[in-house]
Design a protein around this ligand. Structure first.
Ligand code: PLP
Length: 428
């Protein structure tokens, strides 16, 4: 049996040494993988229960065209999301084009001129800088006289409660909390820590809206931010909750009023959730959230495997080999451009689609250095699929995430290791 497996790895370019090294690391991870499987089991049942409670039927998988009035499948799917996240309401639409759009929608629809937005967790994700107007942009919140305040984390990564308290004032209407670290070096927050921060904020100002950017965090834990007091959680369907099947889309779950505001902004005042044809997309949205808990678990195992491989070889990895996970992102610092490039080429070579192309660093718009990206995805740009990218600048770190199956994520990491070894950067 095992020789068969070894042989097929060999056919795919994995040496005996890399196979054995990986095997030993994976054997040492079985207890952690078991805990991840148990979370996946819990979350799988949570999704199934939500589908059953909301009577998902075969008819729900069909779509509407035109205005999309009385779209049973769309409305039921939104009820399923509301059940999964334990919220009053949900907006889950293919007309929400990406995660940034979902976040912009949640912000722009719930803030009014004269209001202030607060980020108590430091700088938000890059693309939100233009939404907020930190970097001037057409249509930003700043253009509508919505001001922004930010409180950075303390140097040890903890919340700066004293300055958060000082920053909350009579104008503060909405607080945005980003769960995942994104491309920063701070740790990702656990749902529990997010809950502590929300409690603190609500004690100072009860009616402030607490929104969580939930990107990359869905189904990593058993609880979601909406279980610990968040008024809204927002994310992308081409990340965790789409399960790899959703080809587009975003979601906003939360308080009825918050979701309603977002719906009126997405479509039109007076129309709200009543319009928005689902076309033929619903089956993928349903099947995607059904698969999301196990897909997320596979991606998590891949990330932990990568952390253990590269930490053992002496590289700095975030999160490290042993710490608990709150999102699916793994960073590995190579310290050299060659390392970043070899890693990305390995991810590409492991892909089911476009495995034969060679990624090269290029001058991507919006970045101040060359960037190399690897993805052989079924859905373009999907980062729940196995993917990696790294800016070609110090400290020469690569960010890697995803894998629709654990087996694929594992193979991808082995392929990166093989490439890094073949490039002569390390030896086993
Ligand atoms: C991906 C991501 C976004 C933006 O999502 P896009 O779909 O790329 O627009 C926002 N915040 C975080 C933390 C993310 O990871």
């Amino acid at each position: 049996m095992n020789t068969e497996i070894e042989n097929i790895y060999k056919e795919l370019g994995i040496s005996d040494k890399v196979y054995q090294f990986s095997r030993e690391i994976l054997d040492s991870l079985s207890a952690r993988f078991c805990a991840i499987d148990q979370n996946a089991e819990y979350n799988q049942l949570k999704v199934i229960k939500a589908m059953q409670d909301n009577k998902v039927s075969e008819a729900c998988l069909l779509g509407t065209t035109g205005y999309g009035y009385n779209d049973l499948g769309r409305d039921t799917l939104e009820a399923v999301y509301a059940s999964v996240f334990h919220t009053e309401d949900a907006l889950v639409r293919p007309q929400i084009t990406c995660g940034t759009h979902a976040l912009a929608l949640a912000l722009m629809s719930n803030l009014r001129p004269g209001d202030e937005l607060l980020s108590p967790v430091g700088k938000p994700y890059d693309t939100l800088e233009e939404v907020i107007g930190i970097r001037p942009s057409k249509g930003s919140l700043a253009e509508y006289n919505i001001t922004y305040r930010q409180v950075d984390l303390l140097t040890d990564g903890s919340f700066d409660y004293e300055n958060i308290k000082k920053a909350i004032n009579e104008k503060t209407k909405l607080v945005t909390i980003q769960r995942s670290k994104g491309y920063q070096t701070r740790p990702t927050f656990s749902v529990q820590r997010i809950g502590e921060l929300i409690s603190f904020i609500k004690k100072i100002k009860l009616d402030v809206i607490c929104m969580v950017d939930n990107c990359y965090g869905e189904f990593v834990e058993r609880m979601e931010p909406t279980d610990v007091g968040a008024d809204m959680a927002v994310g992308s369907l081409i990340k965790n909750p789409g399960g790899g099947l959703a080809p587009i889309g975003g979601y906003i779950v939360g308080k009825k009023e918050c979701v309603e505001n977002a719906a009126y902004r997405l479509t039109s005042p007076g129309l709200g959730k009543e319009v928005g044809a689902s076309l033929g997309i619903l089956k993928d949205f349903y099947q995607g959230i059904f698969l999301a808990p196990t897909v997320t678990a596979g991606a998590l195992k891949g990330a932990i495997f990568a952390a253990n491989v590269y930490e053992k070889l002496g590289f700095h990895v975030v999160p490290n080999a042993t710490e608990t996970r709150h999102d699916i992102i793994q960073a590995v610092t190579f310290g050299t451009p060659q390392g970043v490039i070899a890693f990305c080429k390995g991810i590409q070579a492991a892909a089911p689609v476009d495995s034969f192309v060679t990624p090269e660093p290029w001058d991507m718009p919006g970045y101040d250095s060359k960037v190399i990206m690897a993805a052989g995805a079924f859905v373009s740009g999907s980062s729940i699929e196995l993917s990696a990218d790294g800016p070609i600048k110090p400290p020469y770190a690569v960010y890697f995430q995803g894998g629709l199956t654990y087996e694929h994520a594992r193979f991808g990491i082995m392929k990166t290791l093989q490439n890094v070894i073949d490039t002569g950067l390390v030896a086993l």
